[in-house]
Design a protein around this ligand. Structure first.
Ligand SMILES: [Zn+2]
Length: 567
């Protein structure tokens, strides 16, 4: 009950032995979010209860045979007890409750998440150093678990949830019934398609914005005074549904909901058909300057991307898994953003991504890995991933690239294990990338590639026919970095965009010149070392630029631009 910050939940759980061996005991990770969990397993005996790490082992009355099911009950409770130094169960609030299944259900089976990570701690206990993630492999046995919710595949969920009469409680799926009983407001929801074992429950005094996209109910649940960005959010949902359905495959839920929660936390997160969204990063964001990147539109598009990339196609628990979820959601969001805001905004966005990637790789504390082997590192799967996939799209075309991604969805959406890996994605990409551009795949996914190109000289002279002849001296340099950042030179004969920019029209700021239509822009092969080029342009040139759209990582971006000296 929100008014008392209390919670009581009873979950009826069905598990199935999907393996080939009998199972004699059940391992439960009882959670630790300040909500007490207890399990009742018929006939089972509590063999171990390690309260320090909330880990229990129940010995079953008789082994669970392959194919057999077991039903048990989990009860979770929280009561607020006076004033606390550190507030427990922050998920529960008077107005704005948001918890997920892990708060009220144990994670089943052994997980390596609880193992000591720190190399010194491990040394103290005579343990060998631990890899951050299992190595990328196509071996089907290691592909039996997905990376986010190990030990569960696709599940059915039915929720009956009650709250105070002035609040709306939301669980994933379609609303089947709503009624009042004993002074409480009840709701019953059923998820329309078996989904990932990851879902949220929310309750607050909501205003609801409702629209339709085809047969999908588009809903935004918000605090009544936080209405400003709501239409923008709904717009992003509709645009995302349209693009992703057309290019990747059907949306599998009957509703797409954004639900506001208080800014005790600042993130948005995708659950099946629903997207809890912190007031702090969206609902109260000031987006009145139209020159700014629309971060709210972008975040919604990214989270909607997860309805395909994670909630349909889910990576196996190993290196490269977040390529299939986070990088793919980034790519998806970039395509929807580009349709809405155009290429100039994308150029700006990619510059930010590139800066963030290069800054963060400097503070990597273990090792940088190529994109294909990403170990859940944000600066790689988000920031680097955006640039690599946008670049690939620019070279091979959106339709070709989306064909590869659609094939991934066709093969792996809601599929039973073995789960797909980054190698499956790479194989699809190889099908659509011509041999002449294979180096883009290798440099982007398998290596850590950094250019160090620059414009050394740029001059122009006026010809009698009033055109200008521009002479450029461009220096090409490409390096491959290893996991510790050591670079080795790579020979370069790579396509790069070379542009000559015009003076901005009167009244426009000079720093907007990058967004003017260039006098000339050509995709040319640049070799390592000095490249001399001559162009003819119709009017007085202002600057020469290498890779104006930020499609590649360059160590020093500032020297990719140079003012043209006009004789
Ligand atoms: Zn994400």
């Amino acid at each position: 009950m929100p008014a008392e910050r209390s919670l009581r939940s009873v979950a009826e759980v069905t598990v199935k032995n999907k393996g080939r061996e009998p199972i004699d005991s059940l391992h439960l990770n009882m959670g630790g979010g300040g909500i007490e969990q207890d399990a009742t397993i018929p006939g089972a005996e509590l063999e171990l209860n390690d309260e320090r790490v909330n880990y229990r082992i129940y010995k079953l009355a008789k082994p669970l045979m392959p194919g057999e099911e077991l039903h048990f009950t989990v009860t979770s409770t929280h009561e607020e007890k006076g004033f606390e130094n550190n507030v427990s169960a922050m998920q529960l609030n008077h107005n704005g409750t948001f918890f997920n299944n892990m708060d009220v259900l144990p994670m089943i089976g052994y997980t390596a998440n609880g193992e000591l990570q720190d190399k010194n701690d491990r040394k103290d206990h005579d343990l060998p150093p631990k890899e951050r993630m299992p190595r990328l492999t196509s071996d089907s046995l290691t592909r039996m678990q997905q990376y986010l919710m190990p030990n569960s595949d696709w599940v059915n969920v039915r929720t009956v949830i009650s709250t105070t009469p002035d609040q709306i409680a939301i669980a994933p799926g379609s609303l089947k019934r709503e009624w009042t009983e004993n002074g409480k407001r009840y709701f019953e929801y059923v998820v329309d398609h078996p989904s990932m074992n990851f879902y949220s429950f929310m309750s607050a005094k909501y205003e609801v914005h409702r629209e339709k996209w085809n047969d999908v109910e588009v809903e935004v649940y918000y605090h009544p005074t936080h209405a400003t960005n709501v239409p923008r959010m709904a717009n992003s949902i509709r645009k995302s549904l349209a693009y992703y359905s057309a290019n990747f495959g059907p949306y599998r839920h009957k509703q797409a909901r954004i639900i506001e929660f208080p800014r005790y936390q600042s993130f948005a997160q995708a659950f099946p058909g629903t997207m809890p969204y912190s007031e702090g990063i969206g609902f109260i964001a000031d987006l009145s300057d139209t020159a700014d990147i629309d971060m709210v539109f972008y975040v919604v598009a990214h989270e909607m991307g997860h309805q395909w990339w994670a909630h349909q196609v889910m990576g196996a628990d190993m290196q490269g898994s977040t390529l299939l979820s986070e990088t793919m959601s980034q790519y998806s969001a970039l395509m929807v953003m580009e349709e809405e805001y155009g290429r100039d905004q994308m150029r700006k966005f990619l510059k930010l991504e590139s800066d963030r990637y290069q800054r963060s790789r400097g503070s990597e504390d273990l090792k940088e890995v190529p994109l294909l082997e990403v170990e859940n590192q944000g600066y790689i799967h988000y920031n680097k991933g955006s640039v690599v996939l946008y670049c690939l799209r620019d070279f091979v075309g959106e339709d070709s690239l989306n064909t590869a991604f659609r094939n991934l969805v066709d093969t792996f959406a809601y599929a039973e294990p073995p789960y797909p890996t980054a190698l499956d994605m790479y194989r699809e990409l190889e099908q659509v990338v011509p041999d002449s551009l294979e180096y883009l795949l290798i440099d982007g996914f398998k290596k850590i590639t950094l250019y160090n190109n620059r414009v050394d000289k740029a001059s122009a002279r006026l010809l009698p026919d009033s055109t200008y002849e521009v002479t450029l001296e461009l220096f090409g340099e490409k390096n491959y970095a290893d996991s510790l950042g050591r670079e080795t030179p790579a020979s370069m004969n790579d396509w790069m965009d070379v542009s000559i920019l015009r003076y901005p029209k009167l009244g426009r700021k000079a720093d907007k010149s990058l967004n003017e239509v260039p006098l000339i822009q050509q995709r040319l092969r640049l070799r390592s070392g000095v490249n001399k080029l001559t162009f003819s342009v119709p009017e007085k040139p202002m600057q020469a630029v290498i890779d104006r759209d930020n499609l590649f990582f360059d160590r020093v971006m500032q020297d990719n631009v140079k003012k043209v000296d006009v004789e």
